[in-house]
Design a protein around this ligand. Structure first.
Ligand SMILES: Cc1cc2nc3c(=O)[nH]c(=O)nc-3n(C[C@H](O)[C@H](O)[C@H](O)COP(=O)(O)OP(=O)(O)OC[C@H]3O[C@@H](n4cnc5c(N)ncnc54)[C@H](O)[C@@H]3O)c2cc1C
Length: 460
């Protein structure tokens, strides 16, 4: 159990070593800044690679940089930094102690691949016969059972997905823990691996580490489309991340925008803002902050990909408060994207088209569009990981499930437990520049906290 000290003296054992939970852009930035400040940092990421959501995008507003180009160098720096211990496929299991002296149990999940032997040659994932939906492509494409999530993954070494690997399913069937038809034995990855890195006996491991400070950077999830029954669940109704993958040159269609249902190029596209956000009826009263901007970006990128296509954006208000954001919206509008001020009441399949019923409150008219493809700006929600981690750390969450600050104005990066800090979407919806600023800010707070060892701990 974490000691929730209000005030006290940071005396006795004080470990000047930090833990960052979550390897998205906020956690990456926090870890790099702490490491560059001269302290050891453990970065724990639950998925097989760091990068978070940013690495899934085609381009990023407002500058339209390629995220793979600007984020990959930071990811590689994490892997090579002498002060960073990177743990992927890992989760914090238990935390005890208190500020300056936390003891953390980290569950290192088995990858069934010995990363000390593996040279990342790719033979295993190129030859694996079993396919399942790719998390990186948000189910828009398939990956193999032994896989790296994407070409720029860090670490660039594979893991075996135990739920889909034929041989592991075979072993379970033989042990009587799996029912149904006997799965084939396979083991092709093991047969072809030139360095003998496949390790079927590798087990989960619990590693105990001592740290003085913790940064929570567990990010966000998107609200599932199924929570809005008025909008059809249809292969041609996508969330924002799925459309990023369609736009991406490294995505399932190599950046050619086509409809998932039939591969046709969509000529009429509708983008819908505030799907769930600012809508207490669907449980999310707050503004998700990034949807106005990313839908504008996506409509612009669609126009670049399909110059004779027509894009419509339904919006309540356009929230474009970042630097260069208003100018970006004006550019999108002048490039021919049509903005319709009003909510969409219904989306349903009608033959080859998707009928989108909405209102244009500026003209006072009902609008009906026969669309080929629809993108929903689904609400940003606290990630499942945030809730789990908060319970283990004993930090408070706000009414919406984001991490509470110890003081919303003066301590925006401190949680309700001294020595535990927060950065990025785990604290609330925000764009990449703000997530980076918070990552650096949280790292700065960690370094200041380390400098306070032996002094009185004062909490505002
Ligand atoms: C469709 C879409 C497009 C966007 N486009 C842009 C854009 O163009 N420009 C822009 O500025 N912003 C954009 N954004 C916003 C941007 O995605 C966020 O600002 C950014 O990803 C926040 O980074 P983060 O590190 O806080 O969270 P995330 O990117 O969500 O990373 C969190 C990480 O924590 C890990 N994690 C979660 N729980 C645990 C746990 N318990 N233990 C260990 N690890 C855990 C996750 O696996 C993940 O790797 C967009 C958002 C969306 C939805």
């Amino acid at each position: 159990m974490v000691e929730k000290q209000g005030t006290g003296f940071l005396m006795g054992t004080f470990t000047k070593r930090a833990l960052v939970i979550g390897g998205g852009i906020a956690g990456i930035q926090a870890a790099l800044d702490i490491a560059d400040g001269g302290y050891e940092v453990i970065l724990v990421e639950r998925s097989p690679s760091i990068g978070g959501h940013m690495i899934q995008y085609a381009e990023v507003f407002p500058t339209l940089d390629c995220p793979q180009c600007i984020l990959t160098p930071k990811m590689v720096e994490i892997a090579q930094h002498p002060n960073v211990k990177l743990m992927t496929c890992a989760e914090v299991q238990k935390v005890s102690g208190g500020p300056g002296n936390f003891e953390v149990e980290i569950l290192q999940k088995s990858r069934r691949v010995d990363h000390n032997k593996c040279n990342g040659c790719g033979t295993c994932w190129q030859k694996c016969p079993e396919k399942t939906l790719s998390e990186y492509d948000d189910a828009m494409a398939k990956r193999t059972a032994v896989y790296i999530p994407f070409p720029q993954a860090v670490p660039a070494k594979p893991v075996i997905d135990c739920d889909h690997c034929r041989y592991i399913r075979y072993q379970e069937w033989m042990a009587g823990t799996r029912t149904g038809k006997k799965p084939p034995q396979c083991r092709i990855c093991e047969k072809l691996c030139p360095v003998g890195a496949i390790d079927w006996e590798q087990k989960d491991e619990v590693i105990t580490e001592k740290v003085g400070a913790i940064v929570v950077a567990t990010g966000f999830d998107l609200m599932p489309i199924s929570l809005i029954p008025e909008y059809a669940e249809d292969p041609d109704v996508l969330n924002g991340i799925q459309f990023e993958r369609l736009l991406s040159p490294g995505g399932p269609t190599a950046g050619v925008v086509t409809r998932p249902s039939d591969g046709k190029v969509p000529k009429e596209m509708v983008f819908v803002s505030c799907c769930g956000s600012r809508d207490p009826e669907h449980g999310v009263p707050y503004c998700s902050r990034v949807c106005c901007m990313y839908l504008a970006k996506q409509a612009l990128l669609y126009k670049h990909a399909v110059p004779d296509g027509q894009a419509y954006i339904f919006y309540i208000d356009i929230r474009s408060t970042g630097k260069g954001y208003e100018e970006f919206i004006q550019r999108v509008q002048s490039d021919g994207v049509v903005y319709l001020r009003g909510k969409v009441s219904k989306i349903f399949r009608d033959g080859d088209k998707l009928r989108v019923y909405g209102a244009d409150t500026l003209s006072g008219k009902r609008v009906e569009i026969a669309a080929d493809l629809v993108v929903l700006g689904m609400a940003v929600m606290p990630s499942a990981g945030t809730k789990e981690v908060a319970a283990k750390l004993g930090i408070d969450l706000d009414d919406s499930g984001f991490v509470s600050e110890s003081h919303a104005k003066f301590n925006p990066l401190e949680t309700t437990v001294p020595g535990i800090f927060v950065a990025g979407m785990a604290q609330g919806p925000k764009d990449i520049p703000d997530a980076v600023a918070q990552g650096s800010g949280a790292a700065g707070r960690v370094l200041t906290f380390f400098a306070q060892a032996g002094k009185e701990l004062v909490v505002v």
